[in-house]
Design a protein around this ligand. Structure first.
Ligand SMILES: [Zn+2]
Length: 275
């Protein structure tokens, strides 16, 4: 997700909290001193605003447990870390990432975009061969937040059909583009037996920060049970613009750092979500 979008959502959250605090104070004052009408009016305004704030959080915060219960990490005590890569396949970067994962014997989870799968089927076959887990990240990567159940099912099915000939066991992991969700998504996923997967640490590698900045973001305060969100491709722009060389460059150092701390690498299914 672009940093600007995250910043906008953050501002929305901050304004939401401030307005809720103001409305709470106003409600408190009118309950103590006001007559029936001011109490009723302020109570209603407060409830409507709280409902709006809750809905927006459910739609736009990937791990907010409204509109689905996304799996966003395992237990801190597990000492396990799951590396996840979204928006690919995207060459040459996906193969470079696979080379590193193979050299360090690290299993990972790739959330694939259907329209990119048909471009690079051999890369998907290699992922499976080398023991990585695969997840569905829709056919086109269009945000699902304003879509109905039919359109959402079409997006899931499109990616399913692209992956089907390449993976022996159908994937039942789903990650929504940008982590945005809505009630229709819950319905579509339930119907098709998918588990919604979020993340605990996003590092904005899509904004192409330097390798040093990425390393800091990936290591600061790291703890067991984390699901790390990285990108090998770009879901929205043309893949040709998706330069993931910094992600590739930082990967060996980050793997070595996590290992020094005693963490074990696992795929999402091995971290333990149940569908
Ligand atoms: Zn994505």
């Amino acid at each position: 997700m672009p940093f600007k979008v995250v910043f906008f959502i953050f501002l929305l959250g901050v304004s939401g909290v401030s307005i809720t605090a103001l409305l709470s104070y106003r409600l408190f004052v009118s309950v103590r001193r006001g007559g029936f009408w001011p109490r009723f009016r302020d109570g209603l305004i407060f409830l409507l605003f709280a409902a709006l704030a809750l809905s927006l959080s459910g739609l736009f915060l990937p791990c907010f447990p409204l509109f689905g219960e996304p799996f966003c990490g395992g237990s801190v005590l597990q000492n396990k870390i799951a590396l996840t890569f979204d928006d690919g396949p995207n060459e040459p970067f996906t193969s470079q990432i696979l080379d590193i994962l193979k050299a360090y014997e690290v299993p990972a989870t790739f959330f694939l975009v259907g329209k990119h799968v048909v471009q690079y089927p051999e890369t998907v076959e290699r992922m499976v061969r080398e023991g990585h887990a695969i997840g569905n990240h829709t056919w086109s990567h269009h945000p699902l937040v304003w879509k109905g159940v039919v359109e959402i099912e079409g997006e899931i099915e499109g990616a399913e059909k692209a992956m089907q000939p390449l993976i022996p066991v159908p994937s039942k992991l789903f990650r929504s583009p940008h982590g945005w969700k809505n009630p229709f998504l819950v319905e579509a996923l339930d119907k098709r037996g998918y588990r919604l997967i979020g993340w605990s640490r996003g590092v904005w590698d899509t904004d192409r920060p330097s390798k040093e900045v990425l390393f800091r973001r990936l290591t600061r305060g790291i703890k067991g049970g984390e699901i790390i969100l990285l990108h090998d491709g770009d879901g929205d722009a043309d893949q040709l613009q998706a330069d993931r060389s910094a992600t590739v460059a930082v990967l060996p150092e980050v793997i070595a750092y996590y290992r020094r701390l005693g963490f074990q690498f696992v795929t999402i299914p091995d971290m333990g979500p149940t569908s």
